[in-house]
Design a protein around this ligand. Structure first.
Ligand SMILES: NC(=O)c1ccc[n+]([C@@H]2O[C@H](COP(=O)([O-])OP(=O)(O)OC[C@H]3O[C@@H](n4cnc5c(N)ncnc54)[C@H](OP(=O)(O)O)[C@@H]3O)[C@@H](O)[C@H]2O)c1
Length: 511
């Protein structure tokens, strides 16, 4: 039986808890960090190397859990001592799943003693989790600490009963062998689709910032290595799972959101390979008028742009009329997510105020913005406030698509909302101690962690919005497409280009 160490924030003692669950026992120590990352009498305690060195002596390393969690990015949403902890002691801590509890969650954890993992799960999920804790639950689940589902199959398993006997036995993949990469070409077994899966021959993939975060930092969590990352693809349907009712049949050209992140890290899902599985709700026809490269630009950017609306309580079937005078501010409109924030804002009936570099103003106007402003202009806030007042519309809603958007957005809302409540969706992780504004709800934009609710939402996004939008021509590929060569073997270098920064382009790699 292994021992669980718990740094009990607030009492300055290390609480040793016996892991009574057989599942926990299999997985070794679990380090639970308090709100400021260390035991201590106050949350303002400053972290020093000596503090952690002392703690480390108490902790038994578990090589099995190497790569279970990379908390560097996780730390971005937490307070300064925690971030320091992660930065200073990255290497020793990376061997542990780190569960960051807050407030009463700490109590739940301590009192539960991990005796009953299902109760613990329920208690945690009922506590309307902080996003980062939700991430960690996913990691823990994927590492079979709280396994309510069949775990994903690791790449090294060649004995899976689900492997196809009729199709090519193996296919090429850009495999992420460990955190930090590099992505390297390799072969892996081609899977049979599960009941709700669609097997797709990948023809083009598009890249997103989370792909290089996952490659370099293992965040969003990559619970299984070797891993297959990537999510955006266009290709041809090869086979449908037994329960699939709505997705296009074999031979159809499709757009698909094929993400291992939402499938417990399953490497059979993940777009950076020649054959991938995607959940059927996220597979829709690719119109004949669009190339595979054009089709690949939609999935994650569209999902993120539309999730922002529901995150702040605006249903996707909203249809404001000009008489409603509803306006929205989209800060970062030339980004991939931003362009679909603009396109979707128009379908919902908003008057759209947007920011982008001047060289992209035409692009942003063409896809539906009513007015576009240079975010680097020193008087951009007053320019937008004046335009809103002149137009006589109600600006109480905003989507901060990029880092650095929140402060100017709040400065604008302060002038435009009056006494009305305002809502802001924030796509990058919200920084600790971020600015706030009276009567204004600021919410990190992220789909539900509940699988049923998320699948319903994904269906509404892809089948309810994107599919009809493409059929009618109201939704178009955006922003400009930047093709990078090299096939699957070129993805690593293409991700480096994305990491270095893009301006009004989406990087796509034909496969
Ligand atoms: N929460 C989620 O689930 C989720 C999902 C996907 C993405 N994201 C996050 O959403 C953000 C956008 O992702 P993306 O793929 O759309 O990014 P992207 O296309 O790589 O973003 C590049 C664009 O950002 C614009 N930009 C940079 N700084 C700006 C600023 N201060 N003000 C206005 N525009 C600025 C640039 O505009 P110009 O070229 O015009 O200067 C450029 O066109 C990222 O932070 C990403 O991590 C979150």
């Amino acid at each position: 039986m292994s021992e669980t160490l718990c740094n009990n924030y607030g009492t300055e003692e290390i609480v040793k808890l016996r892991a009574r669950s057989t599942e926990l026992t299999r997985c070794g120590p679990l380090l639970v960090l308090g709100r400021d990352g260390l035991p201590g009498p106050t949350s303002s305690r400053t972290l020093t190397p000596t503090d952690l060195a002392a703690d480390r002596k108490q902790i038994v390393r578990t090589p099995d859990l190497t790569n279970a969690c990379n908390a560097e990015r996780l730390g971005a949403g937490l307070n300064a001592p925690f971030v320091t902890l992660i930065r200073q002691f990255w290497s020793p801590l990376s061997s542990y799943p780190i569960l960051c509890e807050q407030g009463q969650r700490k109590k739940i954890l301590l009192e539960s003693g991990f005796g009953d993992t299902s109760d613990l799960m329920q208690a945690l999920e009922g506590a309307s989790l902080h996003m980062q804790t939700s991430y960690m639950l996913r990691v823990l689940r994927a590492n079979r600490l709280f396994s309510t589902k069949k775990p994903a199959t690791a790449i090294s398993s060649s004995t899976s009963a689900r492997r196809s006997s009729t199709m090519a036995a193996q296919h090429e993949a850009a495999i992420l062998p460990q955190q930090g990469g590099p992505l390297s070409l390799g072969k892996r077994p081609t899977p049979e689709p599960g009941p709700n899966d669609v097997l797709i021959e990948v023809k083009a993939v598009a890249l997103n910032p989370c792909d290089h975060f996952q490659r370099d930092y293992g965040m969003p969590p990559v619970p299984i290595y070797p891993a297959i990352i990537g999510s955006d693809t266009a290709g041809i349907v090869t086979k449908l799972g037994s329960n699939v009712k709505t997705a296009p049949g074999p031979g159809s050209r499709v757009i698909a959101f094929a993400s291992s992140f939402y499938q417990n890290g399953s490497p059979d899902h993940g777009s950076f390979q020649k054959y991938t599985l995607a959940q059927s709700e996220a597979v829709i026809p690719l119109p004949e008028s669009l190339s595979f490269e054009e089709g690949a630009v939609f999935p994650l950017a569209v999902l993120t742009a539309l999730t922002a609306w529901t995150t702040i309580g605006i249903p996707l079937d909203t249809k404001y009329t000009p008489a409603d005078k509803q306006a929205v501010l989209i800060w970062g409109a030339s980004s991939s997510v931003g362009t679909f924030a603009v396109q979707s804002a128009k379908t919902l009936g908003f008057t759209v105020y947007a920011t982008a570099s001047p060289k992209h103003h035409d692009l942003v106007k063409k896809i539906g913005a009513d007015a576009v402003f240079d975010y680097r202009a020193s008087d951009v806030v007053s320019q937008i406030v004046s335009a809103v007042k002149k137009d006589g519309v109600k600006l109480h809603t905003a989507h901060c698509v990029v880092d650095g958007a929140l402060q100017p957005t709040l400065d604008i809302l302060k002038e435009t909302k009056g006494d009305a409540p305002a809502k802001v969706a924030h796509s990058p992780l919200l920084p600790e101690g971020h600015p706030t504004l009276d009567n204004t709800q600021i919410t990190f934009n992220f789909p539900s962690m509940d699988e049923v609710a998320r699948s319903k939402h994904i269906n509404e996004v892809f089948n309810g919005w994107l599919k009809p939008g493409l059929e009618s021509g109201k939704v178009v590929p955006s922003p400009n497409i930047q093709i990078e060569g090299g096939g699957l073997g070129g993805i690593h270098a293409a991700l480096d280009k994305l990491k270095a920064g893009v301006s009004g382009t989406k990087i796509v790699v034909p496969v």
